[in-house]
Design a protein around this ligand. Structure first.
Ligand SMILES: [Mg+2]
Length: 218
């Protein structure tokens, strides 16, 4: 599936790619509605309606990924709520082994994420991910999400990379299309970003279930 002899750098998304999206889905769709209702004295229907209206309005924008935005909009201490369920943070199957293999074979592994710095911090505190990557690129630093094709030009201007020898793995098809439009050659998607949900069967990009299936050879 992967043309390793022509690759020297691997860009990796975090949530739904290296880490199980179950934590994030559980937080936003179960824990936050419950705690938001408790804190604001709302019933479940009222809390869900208020949250769902906002989720619809901001989906795919940089605000969608910004914890400060949601904390302000909802007027709650979002980070404390995220830590309440942090025990659910986990790697996807063999993601850690994949990063170890990249490191031992001399590939450069870079985290490229839309996650807010607060979300990155909590994931780094509950995994050893930070020790297994060479760099972190956070789209908030460029004020545009990975879905925006100009993000890739800004990122490239700031931290040059070869479009031809970079592999990018991400569970978000819109993000992969944006990276493809920007010229990144090797692209792979994730069949099952959330371990508690069923796998996708079709994609415009090669689909990978387990990092064991794409380990670099010697
Ligand atoms: Mg993702």
């Amino acid at each position: 599936m992967i043309d390793w002899k022509n690759i020297d750098t691997v860009f990796l998304d975090m949530d739904g790619t290296l880490l199980d999206l179950h934590y994030d889905n559980y937080f936003w769709l179960t824990h936050l509605p419950k705690r938001f209702a408790e804190i604001k004295g709302l019933n479940d229907v009222q809390a869900n309606k208020r949250l769902n209206d906002m989720f619809t309005r901001y989906h795919g924008s940089l605000n969608w990924y910004c914890l400060d935005f949601w904390a302000d909009e909802l007027d709650i201490d979002l980070m404390s709520l995220k830590y309440e369920v942090a025990s659910r943070i986990a790697y996807r199957p063999n993601a850690k082994e994949f990063l170890i293999a990249l490191n031992s074979r001399g590939y450069r592994a870079v985290l490229v994420t839309n996650a807010h710095q607060g979300s990155i911090d909590i994931k780094f505190k509950h995994t050893d991910l930070e020790s297994l990557i060479h760099d972190v690129v956070c789209s908030h630093d460029y004020r545009k999400p990975k879905e925006d094709v100009s993000f890739w030009a800004d990122f490239h201007r700031h931290k040059p990379f070869s479009h031809r020898s970079t592999l990018f793995i991400d569970d978000n098809e819109s993000v992969l299309k944006s990276a493809q439009a920007a010229g990144i050659k090797h692209l792979v998607s994730i069949a099952c970003p959330d371990s508690q949900k069923s796998a996708r069967l079709d994609s415009e990009f090669p689909l990978m279930s387990d990092f064991n299936d794409v380990l670099p050879y010697d």
